[in-house]
Design a protein around this ligand. Sequence first.
Ligand code: 3SK
Length: 515
Amino acid sequence: MTQTNENAAVYFLDRHLAEGRSDKVAYIEADGEKRSITYGELAGQAGRFAGALYRHGVRREERIAMIVRDTLEFPVVFWGAMKAGAIPVPLNTLLSADVYEAILNDSRASILVVSEALYDTVKSAIEGNRFLRTVVVIGDAPEGTESFDQFVEGAPVEATCDACADELAFWLYSSGSTGVPKGVRHVHSSLQATCDTFGAQVLGITEDDLVFSAAKMFFAYGLGNAVSFPMSVGATTVIFSGRPTPDAVSAILAEHKPTIFYGVPTLYAAMVNAQEQAGGAPDHALRLCTSAGEALPREIGERWEKIWHAPIVDGVGSTEMLHIFLSNRPGDIVYGTSGTAVPGYEVRLVDEHDEDIKDGDVGELLVRGPSSAEGYWNRRHKSQSTFAGHWTRTGDKYERTETGRYVYCGRADDMFKVSGIWLSPFEVESALVDHPAVLEAAVVARKTDDGLEKPAAYIVLKPGASADVVGELKEFVKEKVGMWKYPRWITVVDELPKTATGKIQRFKLRDVEAV
Ligand code: 3SK
């Protein structure tokens, strides 16, 4: 098909009608009403949503904020807004009212689409908002809002608005590890670029795959996993609107039998622990799993593969690069490393003067490739420092081994010096989670009475483990990674603060009193 309109909705949505996939199921809900939608129905409903936006006077480039759970309406609204030339802005569904208020003001969205179950949290964030014209609720509409059904009822089905590849298509908000959300602006060609690279060349996704992502569609990771990758080939996606607990995910793997599962390290760790305790072999049809969000500990990958007999391809991506650019490959996995650059991307490691470093040294990871964002919305200074010409700074510290694989050493801004030597919190955390009683760990710098920085650890224990184990952990770390690196303070907590993509928010722990 000759494609002159470069609006991403042509490639991901309209193309399937021309290629005979109108009756193929695109999405299946694993919970709630357990509805499903075909590619033909999705194209029709997205077109109607685009028509409803026009009817409401929405103009090109206006932002459509989405606080939408993983239900069939997510792809309808996302593609519908893009078809109309408007800019969908999917937001994390787990934020607080204060953060929604800040993001809604920052984005100046004129329409907000929100799932009914989330409306109560969002309500106070929209009071007094000067930009919103209409709040559309998926479900029963409280006073002052419109129901989704009402909003689209009788609207004409619109054709896809002409757009060029470099035109802004959608934004994502990145919480980053500092906690201040920034609007990351992506163009129409970026989605297809991630499918041509990671989707085709690492996942090898085909029309016959059935995929399930525990990471939600509002994350860049989940958006690729459950929206662009499967829709680039006409595959089918199982979606789940609830919390992806180990039990819920195991049940979905057993009932729906996806061939590709996309998870995050915390979930893999919990599932491995639960399955080892339960014994037996899980029921599934997986051919491949992926992990991102934070580095997958080696032992978790190895233990998972022993139980599920399906490899986990661990990779690194970012909201700024839209998806994974550094990754292991099926058939070529070294657990404990992030693999090598995904075809189509280049990576470099540089020192503090931006000079390339040699193998074995630790430096900041820079990446260049076809899916980098246009920049941050209204953050000129931050855009200039992150998007340095063709190269994008990741803020991650890496080492390249002699065999050319990249090994994660922590966030650039989490590194600190102990006795004059750089310490990566990640290295100490990895040592702690090697202890059989420790499920997760986060390490931050803390000042001693004489003002020197030393590591302080926060740990989550495995179910049934006794807090008495804390006494032996200091010696355990000393033996594993070196005398000076052991945590001087260890606090047991119920859970660690994390970003939506599962990255530990160490900055939130820096102010917590250690014991
Ligand atoms: O954190 C990651 O590794 C990631 C991967 C894919 C897309 C987005 C992100 C943040």
